[in-house]
Each structure stands twice: as C-alpha cells, then as structure tokens.
Design a protein around this ligand. Structure first.
Ligand SMILES: Cc1cc2nc3c(=O)[nH]c(=O)nc-3n(C[C@H](O)[C@H](O)[C@H](O)COP(=O)(O)OP(=O)(O)OC[C@H]3O[C@@H](n4cnc5c(N)ncnc54)[C@H](O)[C@@H]3O)c2cc1C
Length: 411
C-alpha cells in the first residue's frame, strides 16, 4: 500500500493501533494459547464459542473501546470517531497485514463491518430515547449487535424474504426466521428486517421495515450456529421469531422504508471487508517470498524456479491492483462521490483476488501450506467465504454492468 496516499493523522492512528494490539491484546492471546490452539477448545459441542472465549472477546472489545479504536468508524452523531472510508481502508488493511489470519482475539479490536458490532450507522435510525438507553453498553463493547436480512430462501434477492411484522396496537408482532446471521448466536441486540406491507413488497417497491430487537425478549431464539468450510463452530447462525413483540418505538426508520436503512453504511462495510482480505493477502505473500528464499529443491532455493516465481509475481499483480483500487475508491467516497460501480468492483476484485493469492501462497509452501500451523489455510478459507456475504461476486458484477450501461465508465 502506498502510504503517501494517506494523511499523516491516519498513519499515526495506525501506529497506535498496532502498538495497542502488541501491548494489550497479544499478551491475552499468549496467556490463553491453550484455548486458541484448537477449535476443539474454542467451541462447545453445539458449535458455539465457549463462555471463556466469549468473555475474552468481550474483554478485547472493551479494552479497544477504552483505547478509542472500537468505535472510531462509528458516526459522530451517536458518539463515534467518524473516521471515513480512507481510514477504514488503511486501518483494516494494516491490522490484517500485520497480524495475519486466524487471530480470533484480534478481530474484535476494530469493526470493519458496520452491521455486527459497535456503533453501527443503522443506530442513527433508532428513536433517540430508546437509543440512549442502549448506546453506552454497545459503545463500550459490553454488548453486541447482529444484522438480520437474509433468510433460507432470500439472500441475493431481498424481495424473497418471508419474515412478517404485523401491527398490533403500539407493538409489532414478528414471525419468521433469518439465516447466515453474523454474530447472531451471540448478539444482545438484533436489527431485524420484516415485511410490513405485502402489496408494496410484491411490487418490489418497499414494504420492508427494520426493527431493533433485544434478543432476550420472548419469541426470539437462536436455532443453531452454521459451521462452514471445515470449522467446528461458527460466528454465524440461524435465528427464529415466534410472535416476537416489538414496541413501535423500537422501529429502525420509517415504516416500509427498511431497505434504505439496511443499505446505510454498505459502501464503508464493503471497503472494510475488502481491505481486511487484501491485508491478509499481503501477509500471505510476505510468507511465500520468505519461504521461497529458504526452501531448497533440486539443489537450489525454490525462488529460483520460474514456476514458483510466476506464483509470486501473479500474486503481486493481484495485490497491487487491489490495493490501488481500494485507495482510489476510498478517495472517491471521501470526496462524496457515488462510486457505485467502483465499490462493487473493489468488493468483487479484493475478495476474489485475495483468495487467489492465498491459493498460490499455499502452493509455494508445498505440503507445509496445507498445515494448520502456518495459518495460510485459515486465510484461504476466510477469503473464500468473503466472496459470498455483503453481495456475492456475481451480484457485484451485475451492479457494475448495470451502472456501465446506464452511466458509462465512471472511473
Ligand atoms: C459468512 C457469511 C456471513 C453472512 N452474514 C450475514 C449477516 O450478518 N446478515 C445477513 O442478513 N446475511 C448474511 N449473510 C448472507 C449473505 O448475504 C448471502 O449468503 C448472500 O447474499 C448470498 O445469498 P444466498 O446465499 O442466498 O445465495 P443466492 O442468492 O441463492 O445465490 C446463489 C448463487 O446464484 C448467484 N446469483 C443469484 N442471483 C444472481 C443474479 N441475479 N445474477 C447472477 N448471479 C446470481 C449468486 O452469486 C450465487 O452464486 C452471510 C453469508 C455468509 C456466507
């Protein structure tokens, strides 16, 4: 990443962030090495993080909040640091490039996605009095959130959701389910989207409303976690609502206008996720370069074999393009540009290409690349899985093509 693209104050925050991680978080990781050495000790038999891991993650969030990092991307109007897309790109990239994949206690330090933890921009849509009652615990990292839009029959196509909210006096009664919800099994509060006007909804013109729900309320339940890609447990899960009664004051934004609420913060979230993937990819390439210099076959370092050089060069090509796109897109968003096609291009390219980089870097390591010990395979699995949420690669390309046809090339 070309550091000169970033203002000095952002680079300085980055230095303090890495210092904080090394001084405050790494010692917690080291002291609990026995837990994090294996997923068998991180998850219980139902696939949930054990209470010990949950407590450690909470501890990290609260330490990070105290130090000012946890809420630095939150909107200023609700007490966040208000840092924009450029800072999000740099700081998420830096943290991942420095720490590499598979660091369960590093991830809660910052909030790359504005939907699961911390001061989500969606909270600006909540009634001020209701918000005031919950904000301190959310901002301090003690309590967490989840964002429930997808369902078993509705992912890319939002207008296939079935969860329904029906008005009953001063309340809404929600019935349905949500699937793939990040932090769903652990969250204290859920931001849930449900059909409130079936006619508008059938015409794909709205009819969806967002609600802020306390997950301890009657009618809310966690059905299960969803372990993916060989993991023994998961952060994601399935939620069910059975006559869940939500006071109207807990609505997120206007009735039937929930999609506008859901889309708030999407650009920053996609950029943060992309930067995380590309930071990890840079970490992987550093490992591969070093390994290629020391591993010998046929009497010489594998770095001297042209086929290995191609793997390194192709990875560098992906990385350079992705980092340049990230910075350009972040600068556009900072200037207030729409950057619709650019944000989709970044999300698609960064998630796809970081996954390719991990694949090649594992190949450079031979059998060692497949071992759990080197954590390359964890990065491979993580970047592979990021090609699906927050709009799949195909949906991003669909957005890009539509924008190209309507507006021409904007970059
Ligand atoms: C790790 C993870 C975390 C997630 N976290 C959350 C969360 O916190 N909250 C939440 O609400 N959701 C979450 N999701 C759900 C995620 O947003 C959906 O999985 C995603 O939108 C894709 O939907 P789907 O899985 O139903 O696939 P589908 O929509 O069924 O798509 C299947 C395939 O068809 C392709 N496709 C679909 N429509 C088109 C089209 N028009 N043109 C071209 N190709 C198309 C897709 O790209 C995909 O390849 C998460 C998912 C994962 C994997």
């Amino acid at each position: 990443m070309n550091l000169s693209s970033f203002p000095e104050d952002i680079v300085q925050i980055g230095e303090s962030l890495i210092r904080f991680v090394e001084q405050e978080i790494v010692p917690i990781e080291t002291a609990n090495k026995a837990i994090f050495a294996s997923e068998r000790t991180m998850f219980d038999e139902t696939g949930r993080f054990t209470p010990a891991v949950e407590a450690l993650k909470r501890d990290v969030r609260m330490k990070s909040a105290e130090a000012g990092f946890y809420t630095m991307f939150g909107p200023e109007e609700i007490g966040g640091g208000g840092l924009g897309p450029l800072a999000s790109v740099y700081l998420n990239w830096l943290l991942s490039a420095h720490c590499g994949p598979g660091r369960t206690l590093i991830h809660p330090v910052v909030v790359p996605s504005p939907f699961t933890n911390g001061l989500s921009p969606l909270l600006t849509f909540l009634d001020a009095d209701v918000r005031a009652g919950h904000l301190p615990q959310i901002a301090s990292g003690e309590k967490t959130l989840c964002f429930g839009l997808s369902e078993p029959d509705a992912g890319s196509d939002v207008f296939s959701i079935k969860t329904r909210a029906v008005r009953d006096g001063d309340d809404w009664v929600i019935t349905g389910s949500k699937q793939w919800i990040t932090n769903g099994p652990y969250a204290d509060y859920a931001m849930v989207f449900a059909i409130t006007d079936p006619e508008l909804f059938a015409q794909r013109k709205g009819g969806i409303t967002g609600f802020f729900v306390d997950t301890s309320w009657a009618g809310f339940s966690v059905v299960s976690t969803i372990p993916i890609m060989g993991h023994l447990g998961a952060e994601i899960g399935i939620l069910a609502f059975d006559g869940l009664r939500v006071p109207d004051r807990y609505r997120l934004g206007a009735v039937d206008q929930g999609l506008k609420v859901a889309l708030k913060g999407v650009n920053t979230g996609r950029l943060g996720m992309s930067a995380t993937c590309i930071g990890l990819a840079r970490w992987a390439l550093v490992q591969a370069i070093e390994y290629a210099k020391v591993r010998k076959t046929f009497g010489r370092p594998i770095a001297e074999h042209q086929a290995v050089q191609m793997l390194l060069a192709e990875s560098a090509s992906d990385l350079y393009a992705a980092e340049t796109m990230l910075v350009d897109c972040a600068l556009r968003l900072e200037r207030g540009e729409r950057a619709l096609a650019e944000t989709s291009l970044v999300k698609q390219h960064c998630t796809d290409s970081s996954n390719r980089v991990f694949d090649r870097c594992m190949q450079v390591h031979g059998g060692m690349g497949l071992t759990n010990e080197l954590r390359l395979e964890q990065g491979y699995r993580f970047t592979r899985s990021m090609r699906i949420p927050d709009g799949t690669s195909e949906i991003q390309k669909r957005t890009v093509a539509r924008d190209l046809i309507a507006n021409g090339i904007t970059f």
